[in-house]
Design a protein around this ligand. Structure first.
Ligand code: NAP
Length: 324
C-alpha cells in the first residue's frame, strides 16, 4: 500500500476497542488523517489508549472529542450508538462526516440520524473484519487490509461525503461497497450473525454435557469443535446487541437454516448417503470459492502450526528394521 495524503484534518474516535484502535493504528500508519482525538467510556480505557499512544489527544467526554473534528467515527456497541449521537449532535462541526462501525445498519440509521444536525453528513459503515478479541490492545493496523467495508448512507446523504469516507477506508486497505441498510442486515444475518449463533449454541450445548464428557470435548476439540469456540469467544455485549438489533433478518435466516438442518437430519436417519455426499460436495466448493476470491488463506487447518515429529525412534514392533 502507498502512503495516502491526509484525507481529514481531525479524526475523532468515540470508543477505542478492537475496531477503534485498529482504525487509529491504520489511519496513523497510512497518514490518512492529520490528528486523532480519542475518547472512551471508562477512565481505564482512556488511560490505556494514552499509554499505547494511539491518539494525539485523549479527552474525557464525547462532546470534547468531536469538537472541531471533520470525521467522527463511533466505535461502540450498536445498542449504545443512539444515546451517543444525541450527546454529540450539538457539538458537531458544520460539514463534519459522522460514521460508525456497527455490525447492524438499519437500527443505526434509525437511532443516530434523528440526532444529527443539518449540515453534518451521516455515512454509516461496517468494516467486515474482526477477531474474537476486544479492547485497545487487541487492534492492529492491518485488520482491514483486503476486507470489505460496507457503507450504508441514507438517501439524503451528500454523495461527495460518501466518497470521502470511501477514500478513507480504501486508504486503510479495505475494499468498499455500498448498499441499503436493510440489505446489509439480511446479507450479514447469513454470513456473520447466524454462524455466530450456531457457534454460541454448539459450545453452550457441549458445556451442558456431563462433567466427564465435557473434559473429553475439550481434549478432542481439534475434531472441529475448537473452530466454533473461537467464534463463540466473541464479545458478549457486542453480540447481544447484534441479535437484538437484527432480530427480523436473523429470524428469517434461522427459519431457512432449520429447514435445511431438517433435510440433513432426515438424510442421516434414512441412511441417504447420496444426499449427504451431494450436500457436502456443494459446501466444499463454497469454501474453495472463498479462498479463490482472497477472503481466506489456502493454508490447511487455517494455517495453524503443527508440532514437529517426535525425535525418539519408534519403539518395536513399529520400527522398520533390517531383519523385518
Ligand atoms: P470492543 O473492543 O469491546 O470495544 C468497545 C468500545 O466501546 C470500548 O471503547 C468501550 O469502552 C465502548 N463502550 C462499550 N459500551 C459502551 C456504552 N454503553 N457507551 C459508550 N461506549 C461504550 O468492541 P469492538 O469489537 O471494537 O466493537 C465495536 C463496534 O464494532 C461494535 O458496534 C461492533 O458491532 C462493531 N464491529 C465489531 C467487529 C468485531 O469483530 N469485533 C467487527 C466489525 C464491526 P470501555 O472500554 O471504556 O468500556
Amino acid at each position: 500500500m502507498t502512503k495516502a495524503a491526509p484525507l481529514f484534518n481531525r479524526l475523532a474516535l468515540i470508543g477505542v476497542g478492537l475496531i477503534g484502535s485498529s482504525i487509529a493504528r491504520a489511519a496513523r500508519a497510512q497518514g490518512a488523517v492529520r490528528e486523532i482525538v480519542a475518547t472512551a467510556r471508562s477512565a481505564a480505557t482512556r488511560r490505556r489508549v494514552a499509554e499505547l499512544g494511539l491518539a494525539d489527544r485523549v479527552v474525557e467526554s464525547n462532546a470534547a472529542a468531536v469538537a472541531g473534528a471533520d470525521l467522527v467515527i463511533v466505535c461502540i456497541p450498536v445498542g449504545a450508538c443512539g444515546a451517543v449521537a444525541a450527546e454529540i449532535g450539538p457539538h458537531l462541526a458544520p460539514g463534519a462526516i459522522v460514521s460508525d462501525v456497527g455490525s447492524v445498519k438499519a437500527v443505526i440509521v434509525r437511532d443516530m440520524a434523528p440526532h444529527l444536525p443539518k449540515g453534518v453528513h451521516f455515512v454509516p459503515a461496517h468494516p467486515v473484519a474482526g477477531t474474537e478479541h476486544s479492547g485497545p490492545d487487541a487492534g492492529f493496523a492491518e485488520l482491514f487490509v483486503g476486507r470489505w467495508c460496507i457503507l450504508t448512507p441514507p438517501a439524503w446523504t451528500d454523495p461527495g461525503a460518501v466518497e470521502r469516507l470511501a477514500a478513507f477506508w480504501r486508504a486503510l486497505g479495505a475494499e468498499v461497497e455500498r448498499m441499503p441498510p436493510e440489505h446489509h442486515d439480511l446479507v450479514l444475518a447469513i454470513t456473520s450473525h447466524l454462524p455466530h449463533l450456531i457457534a454460541y449454541t454448539i459450545v453452550g450445548t457441549a458445556d451442558e454435557l456431563a462433567e466427564v464428557t465435557r473434559s473429553e470435548v475439550l481434549k478432542f476439540s481439534a475434531g472441529g469443535f475448537r473452530d466454533f469456540t473461537r467464534i463463540a469467544a466473541s464479545d458478549p455485549t457486542m453480540w447481544r446487541d447484534v441479535f437484538l438489533a437484527n432480530k427480523d433478518a436473523v429470524l428469517e435466516m434461522l427459519g431457512t437454516f432449520n429447514e435445511d438442518l431438517s433435510k440433513l437430519t432426515r438424510a442421516i436417519r434414512r441412511g441417504d448417503g447420496q444426499a449427504l455426499f451431494d450436500h457436502f460436495a456443494r459446501t466444499r466448493a463454497i469454501r474453495r470459492g472463498i479462498v479463490d476470491i482472497g477472503q481466506d488463506s489456502p493454508a490447511p487447518d487455517f494455517g495453524r502450526l503443527h508440532a514437529d515429529l517426535p525425535v525418539e525412534p519408534l519403539p518395536r514392533p513399529y520400527a522398520v528394521t533390517d531383519d523385518s
